[in-house]
Design a protein around this ligand. Sequence first.
Ligand code: SAH
Length: 242
Amino acid sequence: MAKLYVVGIGPGAVENMTLRAVETIKKCDVIVGYTPYLEYISEFIEGKELFKTGMRGEIERCKKAIEYTRNGKDTAIISTGDAGLYGMAGPILELAEDIDVEVIPGVTAAFSAASELGSPIMHDYSSISLSDLLTPWDVITKRAENAAKADMVITLYNPRSKGRPEHLNTIIEIISKYADGSTPVGAVKNSGRANTEIKLMTLDSIEYEFVDMLTVLIIGNSKTYIKDGKMITPRGYENKWI
Ligand code: SAH
């Protein structure tokens, strides 16, 4: 029986894909994905049947991937990063009936960015998407407020689009009620792929114009600091090694 694989391809560059993701894509007959993401894996999909759509074509892609699988073709539907975080794993499992689905994990943007910034996550953290297409804005602000109250490291996905340029400012204001203005904030654009740009800022000096939909932000907790250009959140070992 054919199978549907939901594959996280990592942040973009082929070397940041898992071996399992590469092998799964290579063995599938059909690849379904958002057009620009298929370019990241172009070397593995030559000669395969492709189904591509633009932005906001998620449900169409899901339905099509399920249909290909039902028709007996091993199919991979791809997400960047990890398919289980703001990706295709959820909607596929919600929609799929009578087909075999396997989710293949990938390196999510925040962890790729974290490796480029140093070790800013390291401890308890909270991931928040600022996209209000599927989540009401008041739910997003409430979660940001609670994450800041709990002194979590906070990763922000979908941080700033043209349609809602002020959302990030609002979220930073909310977080700033609980966190010091000097809290380090790392921003990485195009993490783990060509043209990576890295910026270290603080909560009170965010360069809003730098941030776009290709950027992920990592806001430190009250213990996060910068050392030699690296953003570090201590785990607590300092009490052990003195
Ligand atoms: N499933 C993806 C997230 C999709 S949501 C993952 O696990 O990474 C889309 C958001 O992810 C973007 O707006 C951006 O905030 C972030 N993102 C995805 N890839 C990125 C990359 N290579 N560099 C920086 N941010 C990225």
